[in-house]
Design a protein around this ligand. Sequence first.
Ligand SMILES: O=C(O)CC1=CCC(=O)O1
Length: 254
Amino acid sequence: MKLHHQITGPDTGEVVVLAGSIGSNLSMWDPQVPRLVDAGFRVVRFDNRGHGRTPVPDGPSSLADLGGDVVELLDTLEVERAHLVGLSLGGMIGMWLGAHRPSRIDRLVLCCTSAKLGTPQTWRERATQATTKGMVSIADGSITRWFTPGWIQANPGLAKEFHHMTATVPARGYASCCAAIGGMDLRDALPSITAPTLVVAGADDPATPPEHARLIAERIPDARLEIVDDAAHLGNVEQPETFGDLITKHLTAR
Ligand SMILES: O=C(O)CC1=CCC(=O)O1
C-alpha cells in the first residue's frame, strides 16, 4: 500500500525512516525531526496504513503487510538502505524489517515497543471497541497509556491534540492494525537481526513496559538498552530531548 509520507532534510543525507504507533500519525515525530535534520539526516516519516492520510485497507493486516508498505516506500524513493526509528507499532515494523529484510535496514532504534504484546483476543477486543464504540473511546484509553498523569496535567493543550489525533483515526484503519499486533510474535526472530540496535523504554510505560524492552535487547545480538525516567508510552513526546539525544547518538556513532 502507498504510504502518505513527508520528507525533511538534505537530499544527500543518510535516510532515517520514522515509524509511529497505532492511533497516531506522522506528526507524533515533530519533536525529533529538527534535531535529526540538524545532524544531517534526510528524515522520512509516514502514516501507517489506515491512519492519517494513508488509505484504509480492506480487512485485517499483518505485520508483514506493514513491513511491506515500508519496503514499497523505500523502493518508490529509490532508497536502498535506511536507518529505522520506530515507536511501539513502528518498532514492531522495525524488528520485522530487521529480521526479514535485513539488506534494507542500516541501524535500528526500537522505542517503547514489544516483540509480543497481549494476545490475539486482546487485540480482537480492541478492534471491536474501535468499530462499535468509536475512536473517542479508544482515544480516552490511549491517552492514559501514552502519557504520565503529571505530563497530562502540565500539558493539557498537547494532551488534547494527541487525543484528537487518535479520535480522528478511521476505526477500520485502527482495527486493521490491531490485527497486525495481535498476530505478531517476533521473539524467535530477534536473534537473526544484525542491524546495530538501540532499544529505548519509558520507565513508566504501562503499554510496553521496560521488561518488554529488556527481552528485545537480550535477544538482538549486541543491542543496547536505555530506560528513560518520567516517560510513559509516547516517550519521544514526554522526554523529547532525551529521546532525541539517544536516537541521534546511536545513528551517528562511528
Ligand atoms: O495501547 C496503546 O495505545 C499502546 C500501543 C500498543 C501498540 C502501539 O502501537 O501502541
